[in-house]
Design a protein around this ligand. Structure first.
Ligand SMILES: *Cc1c(COP(=O)(O)O)cnc(C)c1O
Length: 408
């Protein structure tokens, strides 16, 4: 893989955790779809914040508060640039993707009525199903599901027919965390435009691999978590078109989100503060900005190219194991391989490969409807990042072979 622009030796040195051992073996971390590892550059930013300018933001006149506010707002600007949002106030800091989705779902509960329809895809994470079910219960709107095909793709013929003038909202993930499928969000957004529906794209799983341009996509809402893009846990971003964010009511009440407060009436602060009640994850926001700097310095094109090579190689090698089946075989997928071996429970494979230092995820991956579709309890999921190597793929394959031998 020397033709790619990834300097893998240098990159791996940036991630201290990658040189540790697990159960006496070198760690092979292949659970990147659950959370990514953190480079030293981002860890340094976190340490620097607590060592040198930890303070509450936006309120203080003192210097520390000013420094923290400036760094936090600089991070917001970095995130705006990264996703190419038009306005800085369209970037709302959240605690993560789940928070962003709930904020929007809650905001729509008074805007929908009986007879309205909400579309979700069959490939969703639970965090992009349950909030909409709650919204539909509250508003009387109907939840409809875009079905999937055996390849783990959205059924394009079916989805065109599901749109009607009753469709008010559409929710789809950009990339499925369980299968890695890249969904045709451009087509979905175009279809939604025809009927005047708003679209929320869950970008949690796409963000580590694909740089989304929210203006080019013409998407209404796009949500991500920092911890899947080399940042810390507990922070994320909701992008929303200004017109929508102005229309939606605040999600939580508290400090920071108000303009004037009296017991008779409270007026709300302008964007983005209307949606940012309370003291935010200041350090997390700043570190999120640093994580994007880190990834952009490597470059998303180089990352995509390198990960595609890893995916191709791992797919070939794994398929040589007899009885192994891969779920999610779309031509357009990120570096995620969900698989099972005939007659063996995924959990047992996960447990044995962990003894060999290999971290994979087993289970339903918060996407039970997908598992139901394939009539399986779950899968083993190996998900790759730009800091993984071909040698690590070899360790995975050898470990899975050993597990198969021990279990069959
Ligand atoms: C991880 C993930 C989420 C949830 O993200 P949180 O950080 O747990 O809020 C939602 N959707 C997809 C597709 C994900 O991969």
């Amino acid at each position: 893989m020397s033709h790619t622009n990834i300097d893998i030796k240098k990159i791996r040195k940036d991630f201290p955790i990658l040189s540790r051992k697990v159960n006496g073996k070198p760690l092979v971390y292949l659970d990147n779809a659950a959370t990514s590892q953190t480079p030293q550059q981002v860890i340094d930013v976190i340490v620097d914040y607590y060592q040198n300018y930890n303070a509450n933001i936006h309120r203080g006149v003192h210097s520390l508060s000013q420094e923290a506010t400036d760094a936090y707002e600089e991070a917001r600007e970095k995130i705006r640039t990264h996703f190419n949002a038009k306005h800085k106030e369209e970037i709302i800091f959240t605690s993560g993707t789940t928070h962003g989705i709930n904020l929007v779902a809650n905001g729509f509960s008074n805007l929908l009525k009986k007879g309205d329809e909400v579309l979700v895809s069959a490939l969703e994470h639970h965090s992009n199903i349950v909030p909409w079910q709650m919204l539909c219960e509250k508003s009387g709107a109907k939840l409809k599901v875009i079905p999937m095909t055996p390849q783990g793709e959205l059924d394009k013929l079916a989805f065109a027919e599901l749109f009607s003038e009753n469709t008010k909202l559409v929710f789809v993930n950009h990339v499925s965390n369980a299968l890695g499928t890249v969904n045709p969000i451009q087509e979905i957004i175009a279809k939604a435009r025809e009927v005047g529906a708003a679209v929320l794209i869950d970008g949690a799983q796409a963000a580590p691999h694909i740089k989304a341009d929210v203006q080019a996509l013409d998407v209404d809402f796009y949500v991500v978590s920092a911890h899947k893009i080399c940042g810390p846990t507990g922070v994320g971003v909701l992008y929303g078109k200004k017109e929508w964010l102005e229309k939606l009511p605040p999600y939580q009440g508290g400090g920071e989100m108000i303009d004037q407060v009296s017991f008779e009436k409270t007026t709300y602060a302008g964007l983005p503060h209307k949606f940012e009640a309370g003291t935010p994850n200041i350090c997390g926001g700043i570190a999120f900005g640093a994580a994007l700097d880190y990834m952009n310095a490597i470059g998303f094109e180089a990352i995509a190219e390198y990960e595609y090579e890893l995916l191709k190689y791992a797919t070939q090698q794994l398929l040589e194991i007899e009885g192994l089946k891969i779920y999610g075989t779309s031509a357009d997928k990120t570096a995620v391989i969900s698989f099972n071996i005939e007659g063996i429970h995924p959990y047992d494979i996960g447990t044995i490969v962990d003894k060999l230092g290999v971290a994979v995820r087993t289970g339903h991956h918060c996407a039970q409807p997908i598992m139901d579709y394939f009539k399986i309890p779950g899968t083993v999921r190996a998900s790759f990042s730009f800091y993984n190597t071909k040698e690590e793929v070899d360790v995975l394959v050898e470990s899975v072979k050993k597990a198969k031998m021990m279990l069959s």
